[in-house]
Each structure stands twice: as C-alpha cells, then as structure tokens.
Design a protein around this ligand. Structure first.
Ligand code: FE
Length: 227
C-alpha cells in the first residue's frame, strides 16, 4: 500500500467557524465539498479535539469562509496553529456575521457559506458534518487558495491535527533548513520568505533579528536546524 497516493488528492483552504451561545470560534480546514444540489448541501471534516468541533456539535451550525490566494500566512497561522481555548482568534481580524450569527472573514475571502448540520459522522480522529446550506454570498472575484498553492507557492506548513498531515522529510540543497518548533514552518534559504521580503539565497543566520515565523509569529529562537 503506497499512501503517497493520498498526496495526489486536491484540497482547498478555508476558515470554518461556529458558535456556542455568545462565544465564537473558527479554524482552518482543507476539507469542504459540495454533496448535493437539491437541497444544496456541503460536508466538512473537523478534528474532534478542536473547539470548533465542540461548537458545531452544540449549535448544529457552521460557516465556511473561502480563502483567496492573497490570504497572508499570518492569518492562516492565527486560525490554524492556535487554539480557541487559549486565544480569541477573531481579535484583530475583520469579520461580519451570517444571518444565524456565525462569523465569516471579510478580507481576502471570496465567499462564505452558512449551513445547518443534518448529519454527523464519527470518522475516528475527525467528524464529518453534512450541512444543508442556509445562506451563501460571493464577496469578490479571485482565485481560491488551494492546499497545493499554500504549500508550494506560499510555503505554508500543516499542523499534526490536520487530516492531511505527513511528516515532511528534509529537503535538498547545501544550505541548512530551519524548522519552527511551534508550527512546523520550514525556512528554506533557497526559497527565502516572500511575505517578509526575504530574498531567495538568504541563510537563516542572515535573517534580521526581528524576523518572525511568517505562519505563527514565533521569533528566530523558536527555530531548530533540520537534520
Ligand atoms: Fe511558526
């Protein structure tokens, strides 16, 4: 069995949000897909450990914000590498609420979809929620962020709690790669860090002292040499 076959599957990148009374929370997910047309339904896959999963079970509602390619890594870090149990993930983020009171992001988002859960499948580490769409709007034109674009072009990382997580092996070239011990982002000198205007060919040691992880915001001292 060659599980690398799974790496050939395509995904997008989304913020899934829900609520519990007055409390709101959201998280990054790569698994959102349309199931049927009439009634229009979608399904999402959410890690059972996540606060968002708890909120969806309680409220029976979720909202999907479809991220565009312009979404900064820091936003993905905010929603993908922090827990709503520790921080208010929506603090400092522009958002509005759907008719049923769920938050959706308004910057770098192409559209949002609100749904009511009609089925909940326990799939081991994750729950699959099937939802009937109760509201949806297109906010702007653009290209949706795909998982491949996030990894290959934006050079983003994946938390171990994601269904698609794989332990990445070390990469080529003679320059040392450094990995963020907080979020797993890898600084590859051959690529630089375009979001922080670091040119390709810049060694980790040459990064300015105030450089921070583009995904989670950790300082240079949180990085370790790979290998
Ligand atoms: Fe990081």
């Amino acid at each position: 069995m060659d599980l690398k076959a799974l790496h050939t599957i395509s995904y997008g990148l989304y913020v899934i949000a829900s609520k519990d009374g007055d409390e709101i929370n959201g998280q990054i997910a790569n698994t959102v897909f349309q199931i049927s047309n009439d009634p229009p339904t979608i399904a999402i896959s959410i890690n059972q450990q996540n606060l968002t999963c708890e909120f969806i079970k309680k409220s029976g509602l979720f909202a999907v914000s479809v991220l565009s390619q312009e979404t900064p890594l820091s936003l993905i870090g905010q929603f993908g590498f922090k827990s709503g149990r520790d921080v208010d993930k929506f603090q400092g983020v522009n958002y509005q609420t759907t008719p049923k009171g769920l938050p959706y992001l308004t910057d770098d988002v192409l559209s949002f979809i609100e749904a009511r859960v009609i089925q909940n499948v326990d799939a081991g580490t994750h729950n699959i929620f099937v939802g009937e769409i109760t509201h949806a709007e297109v906010l702007k034109q653009g290209n949706p962020m795909t998982y491949a674009y996030y990894h290959q072009v934006k050079r983003g990382s994946t938390p171990p709690s994601a269904p698609t997580y794989i332990k990445e092996s070390e990469r080529r070239n003679g320059m040392d790669i450094y990995e963020c011990t907080i979020c797993g982002y890898r600084y590859d000198p051959a690529e630089g860090d375009r979001e922080n205007n670091i040119l390709p060919g810049t060694l980790f040691e040459e990064l300015p002292d105030d450089w921070v992880c583009p995904v989670c915001g950790a300082g240079k001292d949180a990085f370790e040499k790979v290998g």
